[in-house]
Design a protein around this ligand. Sequence first.
Ligand SMILES: *[C@@H]1O[C@H](CO)[C@@H](O)[C@H](O)[C@H]1NC(C)=O
Ligand SMILES: *[C@@H]1O[C@H](CO)[C@@H](O)[C@H](O)[C@H]1NC(C)=O
Ligand SMILES: *[C@@H]1O[C@H](CO)[C@@H](O)[C@H](O)[C@H]1NC(C)=O
Length: 347
Amino acid sequence: MRLLQALLVLSPFLSIVKSENEGCPRPVLTPHVEALGLQLLSPPGTEAHLTCAPGYTTQSGVGVIICSVRGTWGRTEFVCQPKMCPAIDTPPNAEMHFEDNLYQSRVNFTCNEGYNLHGASSVVCQENAEWSASSPECKVVTCGPPPIPDNARIVYDIWRAPGGKAKFGVRGTYKCVPPMALIGNPRAECTSSGTWTVAPMCQMVTCPSPEPIDHGHMSSPTMSNYKDTIKYGCTGDYILSGNPFVQCLETGQWSPKPACGAPCSVDIDRGRILYNGRRLWIKELNPNKVFHNENVSFYCMNAAGRCGYAVSSQCINGTLSIPDCFEVPTRFKYITGNGLPSEITQC
Ligand SMILES: *[C@@H]1O[C@H](CO)[C@@H](O)[C@H](O)[C@H]1NC(C)=O
Ligand SMILES: *[C@@H]1O[C@H](CO)[C@@H](O)[C@H](O)[C@H]1NC(C)=O
Ligand SMILES: *[C@@H]1O[C@H](CO)[C@@H](O)[C@H](O)[C@H]1NC(C)=O
């Protein structure tokens, strides 16, 4: 009122600039700030009340600007910021995906493998600084009773109350009533889809009568059912090669048989050999026989005739090859021993 009176008194003077100062145009406002009830042109002295847009709030600044006689609005530091929703704790067995917890932000929830989401999978921070819904729950997936094939049972990895629902991740192993064989995957698991893995089958398995091996013998089996075992051995000077135990497998076949290897004779007339760590003249090998898989070394002369060296050969199932470099010494050399590769300096 007082301002108005002053304006009236001064009106003759002001009239010169009056046309330029008819009032203030709509103020340019910073984002999310709103001014209520303003006309296109506000007369000097008008008070504009600033507020924040819904979802925004101010912490600083005076919310009033006044239109001055010069036709400009007063300055203010009035700033509006998005409201903040309370922090959310990650629900058990869930993951949260979000950027922040400000107005209009979204939080997405996903459950870990083997858990199902109950409730809202996504919430939004609202105008009132509250979330649009409460956090969801991730409930563990359960499986019904596992399939149990005939003549089978399950042994769980950890103790489980019988009859209780199995949770995702529960594991066990199928066992067949002996002597039945388990055909398929012996492991059982409650999967994340709430179903059990495919169960195996229990079947009666018999193997044919076991076959004998040459130069060998075997324990006489009473039955030839799954998992029955027989033991093989060799007769006389024959040596067994392979696993002596043979088992009836779930395929109805026996596991691979071992074999018997024949002994060898060392077929040189004269010379020295290295056998079982001993240097022997061939006459001293009595009887002249080495066993399957055993090694015998023969002495050879180096090219310049300066030194001798031993070359090893292995008896394999009755065959012992003499190294090419071996030379049968003359009778005379053999008797005197002079200059034999086994008797001179070794290379
Ligand atoms: C939340 O999910 C929506 C819809 O799937 C997607 O557009 C948005 O990017 C997700 N937000 C985050 C933070 O992961
Ligand atoms: C040795 O040879 C015989 C005849 O060929 C064979 O039956 C046997 O399996 C062989 N033994 C070994 C250990 O290889
Ligand atoms: C004979 O030599 C071979 C090859 O050097 C070796 O693998 C094998 O074990 C030896 N046999 C014996 C009975 O020592």
